[in-house]
Design a protein around this ligand. Structure first.
Ligand code: PLP
Length: 386
């Protein structure tokens, strides 16, 4: 077939592969415990569902939505940002609604990266940064996130020729998959680097609300002069258990936001307005709900810490997100350990190698499962006698 070759070398999307493996195991009658996917197990809060049920009846919302998101939604985002991060945003020029943050993340690569340009992406990374780079014809430069560098990129290690041709730098804190959280000083370093070299700095802040041990995740826009170069992506999926609704937003540098808007306006037609209205309800009523979810994840995190320590696994205690980044035992690769676990215990985990070269030797487990099933998963692993 005379088709473009751009996708040929791209690996399948990691989570689609995991889903396929689960389907096969279920078909074999296995009682699968899925610790592989970061999809919150609890439902969207009822006050949001109720708002949606009301909003969907309004015929004014049955037409094409406003491309950039309705002004009411963008104002609610600005209000939320001021309250949560102390950052002022102009809803007209510095906010855009997204069909979930994933599409916005992919689209900003298309908006900013030319063929042959470098993109600076973390490794391990949320796989979308990699595929989006490949589809633009850009070249990813992988910034290793290791235990030694505190899972934060060493900017001084990036070669000058790469910096000269780089258009975009992506980070993701609180970090999927390592659980690291960046502080303001670290964000300032990234912003200063972006300003010095004219590279747009993006932070994927999907897990902003899930941090532990008294840490509160800042926004990259808290850094001085951040709005001159930085963009931040947010998702309703994790904070409000709304993965299926497809709602997110991007905020920050006006030029980058305007390019992202232009890109999106030509490709998608925006988010269903009734969903945005429900999203406003989530943003305005979120504090108590998010606090409750944080407690649930904190409890599961304690279970995982205790069990993993008892089992003798090597891991960092995550400061944020609902993931654990765990070293695989001697003698295994990420993939062989993942396959063995599924075959012998029915427990699904994500292989670290799916997140990049520096993910090899790790697995990621997710806390989006009940306490009982989480404990059972560890019990099954214990019985392996590793
Ligand atoms: N960014 C990160 C780091 C994620 O882990 C995810 C989802 O797992 C997303 C973005 C996508 O979120 P959304 O559902 O808003 O597209």
């Amino acid at each position: 077939m005379k088709q473009a070759r751009r996708l040929d070398n791209a690996p399948p999307y990691l989570f689609v592969e995991i889903e396929e493996n689960i389907k096969k195991a279920l078909a074999r009658g296995v009682d699968v415990i899925n610790l592989g996917i970061g999809d919150p197990d609890l439902p969207t809060p009822y006050f949001v569902v109720r708002k949606m049920a009301e909003a969907i009846k309004n015929p004014n919302y049955h037409i094409y939505p406003e491309y950039d998101g309705c002004l009411e939604f963008r104002c609610a985002v600005a209000e939320h940002y001021k309250k949560r991060f102390g950052v002022d945003l102009d809803p007209e020029t510095e906010v855009v609604a997204l069909l979930g943050s994933k599409e916005g993340i992919a689209h900003i690569f298309f908006a900013l990266v030319n063929e042959g340009d470098f993109t600076l992406v973390p490794d391990p990374e949320y796989p979308v940064y990699e595929l989006a780079t490949a589809l633009t014809g850009g070249v990813p430069y992988h910034m290793p996130l290791t235990k030694e560098n505190g899972f934060f990129p060493d900017l001084s290690a990036i070669p000058k020729e790469v910096i000269k041709r780089a258009k975009i730098l992506f980070v993701n804190y609180p970090n999927n998959p390592t659980g690291a959280v960046a502080n303001l000083e670290q964000y300032q370093k990234l912003v200063d680097f972006g300003l010095e070299h004219d590279i747009v700095v993006c932070n994927d802040n999907a897990y902003s609300e899930f941090t532990f041990d008294g840490i509160k995740a800042p926004s990259i826009l808290n850094a001085v002069n951040a709005k001159d170069i930085a963009v931040e992506f947010h998702s309703f999926s994790k904070s409000y258990n709304m993965t299926g609704w497809r709602l997110g937003f991007a905020v920050g540098n006006r030029e980058a936001i305007s390019k992202l808007k232009k890109m999106k306006n030509n490709i998608d037609s925006g988010v269903f307005t009734a969903i945005q209205i429900a999203g406003i309800e989530a943003l305005r009523g979120c504090e108590k709900f998010v606090e409750g979810m944080r407690k649930i994840y904190a409890r599961r995190r304690e279970i995982a810490i205790n069990e993993l320590q008892k089992l003798g696994f090597e891991f960092e205690i995550p400061k944020g997100t609902f993931y654990f980044w765990i070293k695989v035992p001697e003698g295994f690769t990420s993939k062989s350990f993942t396959d063995m676990l599924l075959e012998k215990t029915g427990v699904v985990v994500a292989p670290g190698s799916g997140y990049g070269e520096y993910g090899e030797g790790y697995i990621r487990i997710s806390l989006t499962i009940s306490d009982e099933r989480l404990k059972e998963a560890f019990e099954r692993i214990r019985k392996l006698g590793l």
